[in-house]
Design a protein around this ligand. Structure first.
Ligand SMILES: *[C@@H]1O[C@H](CO)[C@@H](O)[C@H](O)[C@H]1NC(C)=O
Ligand SMILES: *[C@@H]1O[C@H](CO)[C@@H](O)[C@H](O)[C@H]1NC(C)=O
Ligand SMILES: *[C@@H]1O[C@H](CO)[C@@H](O)[C@H](O)[C@H]1NC(C)=O
Ligand SMILES: *[C@@H]1O[C@H](CO)[C@@H](O)[C@H](O)[C@H]1NC(C)=O
Ligand SMILES: *[C@@H]1O[C@H](CO)[C@@H](O)[C@H](O)[C@H]1NC(C)=O
Length: 609
């Protein structure tokens, strides 16, 4: 079991090294899940003295105002023999044996982050103290709770401190070491007030009563120490304030501990509680307790670590890979991104994603409906047929059959088909454009690069416009071809039917009669309908050939050709990913590293037992 505090210490240091100190909702935090002993107390509660007594050294900055302005992670490491020394995580090579220098370094390091503003900062300072006189224990000292800012400190500091302390004590895995002075009503203790809010049943709060020796004559703290004034699951612990003379001499903390023991052993008020009083006992009790809490929490932490690793991995996957820096690699990345887009676009056409079926809708519904809407039968009404035939004859009426009239009627009818034919091309173009837009949005990999995304989209749409022009030419050509040479066979068959009406040439009365004009109209209509049937099949073929098939084959060909001409700088500009995404990726991968390391640390300790 003895490796557990050391395990959490290592993970704690890794958290700070990788920027996890809680309070940041944008990223998962391991820091907040780690069991820890959090030391809270009001400004004059004697909090620093308690910590120094547990350590057996004077090392904390003293002074008026709020001297503790960053969390201090105090890792105590019991060694076989002295001398005592201290190390800071931010000064890994330096071993401090002079504890006055430790005090100065804490104060300097606080200022390094908070500057002269005297603000508080959530970035912890890690201090390890190695000594045969300590127990293995880690404590997190937090700024003292206060009600007023002192001169030179911003007004907001009062609330800032409370928020920071709250963040630490709120976490279910934290043990709260609540320090209150005995010469003050326990109900007004800042530490107890806060602890009561976050831990109303007192299951993870350890009450410490300081300055027992400074109480008014004739009063004592037995009510509190025996748990009657404020009930906690674990018994209260009392400590005595060191005399100012002891502090001045700054010597022999061991003697002070001894004096504390004697004080309790001989005090008529506290003699019966002596076995669980004093800072030495406090340290040992906390050490044992912290170990057992870590032990019970490890499975839960491991589950959390696993879950978070999964979440971070999938977020990183969705953020995409980091971008290449070499022009060659950049070109390769761009081609890959384009291919990913192309793939999504094709999936839309091929029915793996929706949208492609709309093209068939154009061929199957829209185009036939548009042809029907031309109302060619109306165009071929008797009046119009007569008018066109007469116009075509000019000054010389036709003799046998109105050849010119026929041709003009057919020509005009077929010309009407050009419009629906063009409309098919435009409708398919519109659908393809929409699919390009969809594919641009849906290509996960491209989201990372807004510039490239926009350029790929624009290039694809330009290609579609070229295909549209080509497709229009081809489709109209199909219509015009029908115009340029008629199917003679069709008309050869007709006269036989016409002959039933009488001998052509025998009579000219019939030739301009309504029946005859009607028959001509019907003949032309049935010819044009035959052509429409043909075009209903051939125009979709032309459209697919010129637009859909080309889009599948060559959508980005022009873009690729131009890409080859760009220099490194231009390529880099295409890959200028959103800085927020870049930062998020860095943050997530650092956090992932933290969690992976923590998992292997935890597993190595768990398996070795
Ligand atoms: C104490 O320090 C040693 C050497 O640095 C380290 O291996 C060990 O894990 C530390 N123990 C604790 C409880 O931090
Ligand atoms: C002990 O108590 C006195 C009087 O309250 C105070 O001035 C002094 O700072 C205390 N000593 C420590 C080490 O806290
Ligand atoms: C304290 O930690 C050290 C190093 O991790 C270990 O060797 C030692 O046994 C521990 N002591 C106790 C009392 O747990
Ligand atoms: C402690 O030192 C301060 C000055 O550093 C002095 O004013 C005070 O009288 C000293 N107190 C004792 C009890 O020695
Ligand atoms: C965590 O993940 C590791 C590796 O994937 C697995 O071996 C282990 O059983 C998991 N532990 C928990 C508590 O889910």
């Amino acid at each position: 079991m003895e490796g557990l505090i050391a395990l959490v210490n290592r993970i704690q240091r890794a958290c700070t090294a990788l920027g996890d100190h809680g309070g940041d909702n944008a990223l998962p935090t391991l820091w907040e899940a780690l069991p820890s002993v959090v030391v809270v107390g009001g400004q004059s509660s004697g909090k620093s003295s308690v910590l120094e007594s547990i350590v057996g050294r004077d090392f904390l900055p003293r002074g008026s105002g709020i001297v503790t302005r960053r969390p201090l992670v105090l890792q105590l490491n019991k060694t076989e023999r002295g001398p005592d020394y201290a190390e800071f995580m931010h000064l890994p090579k330096k071993r401090f044996t002079d504890f006055a220098a430790v005090r100065k370094e804490i104060s300097d390091e606080t200022d390094r982050i908070t500057g002269r503003t005297k603000q508080i900062s959530p970035v912890p300072i890690h201090l390890s103290i190695y000594s045969p006189n300590v127990v293995n224990l880690t404590l997190i000292d937090l700024p003292g709770l206060t009600k007023v800012a002192v001169e030179g400190q911003p007004e907001s500091i009062v609330a800032d401190i409370e928020n920071m302390v709250r963040l630490y004590v709120d976490k279910p895995n934290s043990l709260i070491l609540a320090i209150s002075p005995a010469n003050q009503d326990i109900a007004t203790s800042d530490a107890i007030k806060l602890a009561r809010e976050v831990d109303p049943t007192g299951e993870r709060t350890f009450g410490v009563l300081t300055k027992l020796d400074l109480m008014d004559k004739g009063t004592n703290a037995v009510d509190t120490l025996e748990g009657r004034a404020y009930r906690l699951k674990y018994p209260w612990i009392g400590v005595v304030n060191r005399s100012q003379a002891d502090i001045n001499k700054s010597v022999d903390m061991m003697a002070a501990r001894r004096r504390e023991r004697e004080y309790f052993a001989t005090s008529p008020d506290y003699k019966h509680l002596a076995s669980r009083m004093g800072s030495e006992y406090l340290g040992q009790m906390l050490s044992k307790h912290l170990e057992s809490v870590i032990k019970t929490r490890i499975p839960g932490i491991l589950t959390l670590v696993n879950k978070t690793i999964d979440e971070l991995e999938s977020e990183l996957a969705s953020l995409g890979r980091p971008i290449a820096t070499e022009p060659g690699a950049q070109l390769y990345s761009i081609m890959e991104l384009c291919r990913a887009f192309d793939q999504v676009f094709k999936e839309h056409l091929d029915g793996i994603r929706p949208g492609g079926e709309k093209i068939y809708g154009v061929f199957d519904n829209q185009f036939p409906a548009a042809l029907k809407k031309l109302q060619l039968d109306r165009y071929l009404s008797i009046q119009n047929v007569r008018k066109v035939i007469n116009e075509a004859d000019g000054y010389q009426p036709h003799l046998i059959a109105p050849e010119q009239g026929y041709r003009r009627l057919i020509e005009c009818s077929l010309t009407l088909i050009r419009k629906p034919a063009e409309a098919v091309v435009d409708a398919v173009h519109f659908i393809l454009k929409d699919l390009v837009r969809k594919a641009v949005g849906e290509t996960q990999e491209l989201r990372q690069f807004p510039t490239l995304q926009a350029e790929v989209g624009a290039a694809a749409i330009q290609s579609l416009e070229r295909y549209r022009d080509e497709s229009k030419k081809t489709s109209l050509r199909l219509v015009d071809m029908e115009n340029s040479y008629l199917t003679v066979e069709f008309f050869r068959k007709l006269p036989q039917e016409a002959e039933k009406g009488g001998n052509p040439g025998a009579s000219s009365i019939d030739r301009y009669g309504e029946g005859h004009l009607k028959r001509i109209g019907a003949n032309v209509l049935s010819y044009v309908n035959m052509i429409c049937d043909t075009l209903r099949n051939s125009i979709p073929k032309a459209v697919v050939y010129c637009q859909v098939r080309e889009a599948k084959r060559t959508l980005l060909d022009v873009f690729f050709a131009e890409l080859g001409k760009r220099d490194g700088k231009q390529l880099a500009r295409l890959l200028d990913e959103d800085p927020a995404v870049m930062q998020r990726r860095i943050a997530c991968s650092r956090r992932l590293e933290l969690y992976r390391n923590a998992r292997s640390e935890i597993e190595s300790v768990v398996w070795s037992k």
